[in-house]
Design a protein around this ligand. Structure first.
Ligand SMILES: [Fe+2]
Length: 125
């Protein structure tokens, strides 16, 4: 996904569920771009885009950890790497057992733990 498309996605998401998370997403995007530009290790354009989209699951409304699954599912067909980042960004050590917040995953949608472990295993790089 390109920058302009990611911005449109965030703008649409902001219309669906307005809130401070939109500004947070822009801040994360700019920080990621700045950091990657300084360390010269990753693509800073991609860092901006992934930062912008990391919380896109919040488009579905207020939630706790459900937003990582919603973002992953929403972006899976649009940008697979961005989808993985949606799912993994709440687990910096790649261990979902470290999560301390409210677990509000929809139980009807399967086992979150087994699905999350499966996906996180794929994105450890
Ligand atoms: Fe988040």
């Amino acid at each position: 996904m390109e920058r302009d498309e990611a911005i449109k996605e965030l703008e649409l998401a902001g219309e669906m569920n307005p809130g401070p998370w939109i500004q947070h997403s822009y801040t994360v995007a700019k920080a990621a771009e700045l950091i990657t530009g300084k360390i010269n290790r990753y693509d800073k354009e991609k860092a901006f885009i992934y930062g912008l989209l990391h919380d896109i699951g919040r488009r579905n409304g207020y939630s706790y950890i459900q937003h990582v699954v919603d973002g992953y599912e929403y972006l899976q067909e649009k940008d697979r790497k961005a989808a993985y980042i949606c799912l993994s960004h709440s687990f910096p050590n790649k261990d979902i057992r470290e999560y301390q917040g409210i677990i509000d995953i929809d139980a009807k949608r399967g086992s979150f733990k087994s699905r999350a472990f499966f996906v996180i295993e794929q994105v450890k790089d």
